[in-house]
Design a protein around this ligand. Structure first.
Ligand code: NAI
Ligand code: MG
Length: 490
């Protein structure tokens, strides 16, 4: 029996509520699709509003019990650390589940998704025991004691996408649990398997019943019910800008706290003095890794005209050499994208760009055979108002624009000429160019001479239509708290 058969038959129709597995009241199911061949390998429960109600009730009860001291910061830390250890102990099994469900190359999941999920939980475990308020001296005369108390915000609904299912789950529940919140996590309908396995592990790791609830389901049913529920104090969402807008609107009915981490069209600026070989390798990695399904992917290459030929030729060469194929093959660098819908959407963007006059230097052709594959694609001869330059494609497609100046204001204007503001990348050997652009770029994350360096110690989030709020780092944990101001007349 394969890992996924075991998991699917153990939890057919089940959701994880109040520390136990229950049949979903909705009675509905979601097909589990393997993106590498398009085959349906089983089904999982599709939770509905009744299941969400039960989960919220269990979570609220867990928080009430916790408030009487039964769930101390040290206990939260220990439980998160044991969950991290459980992920390490079951790493290969989680990697196999993630590979089948999301179509990710096995070598990437082994190297990134699984170990980083454990590492992230360890990082957040440390915060549980380090949150604190402050004491202040009041301005008004008198004999006072004044301080702030940091409290968990309450029951939290967390809605995540399909591009990093396990890591997305770990990085969402970690800070919320560290802060003392109870969570209801809804994985994306395309990728429920690693979240279900995570629920099994959570059950063994000393979390109080109801502190973590995991409800697979569709956005329009389970997701919308979480957003609408009056007893959910906060929604943390990662996904499309369109859905983020709907969630912000609907959450305003109860003035819920909302953090939304949305899309991007992140610019990569290559100055004439950059190390071209290093830049090209990082640019290729930045847009082709995970088949371009990364919110912070550098998808808009802005390169100085004097070096554009070299940079594009080198990126195209790397693209042509990337092994695309079966995710289970350790040699595979590029797997399929998540679904037929995403594959169609990506090719439609490429086809329209070409029809508008763009040139496809490499890729762009739909491969024959089964599975939702998209070859690494580089588009040149573009202009700034083309759709493929402005919109998030969320596939392995790089759009190239050139500039012919070293004026930093002009270059930053070009980079900032977009609705999104998630990340930006700069390649230069000049400190003045690098820091000068860091200052001018409107993005939540700016990286110089690297496309990596993503780390949970750093706050991540978007400016403009890439979202609001920050995740990760101290800011990401504090976002799951409320500050209470306390004044005592002595
Ligand atoms: P989506 O934003 O609709 O889905 C993300 C999550 O939101 C899923 O869990 C889904 O079930 C849930 N959801 C959907 N509608 C909801 C609603 N009304 N209320 C509550 N939850 C809801 O994204 P989708 O359709 O899967 O992908 C479309 C595009 O979104 C992609 O092509 C890409 O451009 C972008 N995207 C961006 C991501 C990022 O990391 N920033 C991740 C995934 C998608
Ligand atoms: Mg799947």
């Amino acid at each position: 029996m394969t890992q996924y058969d075991k998991l699917l038959s153990a939890h057919a129709g089940e959701v994880f509520i109040d520390g136990e597995w229950r049949q979903a009241k909705s009675g509905k199911a979601i097909d589990v699709i393997n993106p590498s061949d398009g085959e349906c390998i089983g089904e999982v429960a599709a939770s509905g509003a009744d299941d969400v109600n039960d989960a919220v009730e269990a979570a609220a009860a867990a928080m009430r019990r916790a408030s009487s001291g039964g769930w101390t910061p040290a206990m939260r830390q220990d439980a998160l650390l044991s969950l991290a250890r459980a992920i390490d102990d079951n790493a290969e099994e989680l990697a196999q589940l993630e590979m089948i469900d999301a179509g990710k190359p096995i070598r990437n999941v082994r190297f990134l998704d699984v170990p980083q999920s454990a590492a992230g939980l360890r990082y957040f475990a440390g915060w549980a025991t380090k949150l604190s308020g402050e004491t202040m001296e009041l301005s008004v005369p008198g004999d006072w004691h004044a301080c702030t108390v940091r409290e968990p915000v309450g029951v939290v609904g967390q809605i995540i996408p399909w591009n990093y299912p396990l890591m997305g789950a770990a990085m969402k529940i970690g800070p919320a649990l560290a802060a003392g919140c109870a969570v209801i996590l809804k994985p994306a309908e395309q990728t429920s398997l690693s979240a279900l396995r995570l629920a099994e592990l959570i059950r063994q790791c000393g979390f109080p019943a109801g502190m973590v609830n995991i409800l697979p389901g569709y956005g329009a049913d389970a997701g919308a019910a979480l957003v609408a529920h009056p007893d959910v104090a906060k929604i943390a969402f990662t996904g499309s800008t369109a859905t983020g807008r709907v969630i912000l609107r609907d959450a305003s009915a109860h003035l819920k706290r909302v953090t939304v981490e949305l899309g991007g069209k992140s610019p990569v600026i290559v100055m004439p003095d950059a190390n071209i070989e290093e830049a090209a390798r990082a640019i290729a990695m930045g847009i082709f890794f995970n088949s371009g399904q990364t919110c912070s992917a550098g998808s808009r290459l802005l390169v100085h005209a004097s070096v554009v030929k070299d940079v594009v030729a080198r990126v195209a060469e790397i693209a042509s050499s990337m092994a695309m194929g079966a995710p289970s093959d350790p040699a595979t660098a590029l797997g399929p994208v998540i679904s037929q819908a995403q594959q169609d959407r990506i090719f439609a963007y490429v086809d329209r760009a070409v029809a508008e006059g763009a040139r496809c230097v490499v890729g762009g052709q739909r491969p024959s055979g089964a599975g939702f594959f998209v070859p690494p694609t580089v588009l040149t001869d573009m202009h700034a108002d083309m759709e493929a330059v402005r919109e998030e494609i969320f596939g392995p497609v790089l759009s190239v624009l050139t500039f012919d100046t070293t004026d930093l204001d002009a270059i930053a204007d070009l980079a900032n000429d977009n609705d999104y503001g998630l990340a930006a990348y700069v390649w230069t050997n000049s400190v003045s160019h690098g820091l000068g652009l860091v200052k001018r770029l409107r993005a939540g994350t700016v990286r110089v001479n690297t496309s990596g360096g993503n780390d949970f110690v750093l706050p991540a989030g978007g400016m403009k239509q890439s979202g609001n709020g920050r995740e990760n780092g101290r800011a990401g944990v504090e976002a799951y708290t409320e500050l209470k101001a306390v004044t005592i007349a002595l």
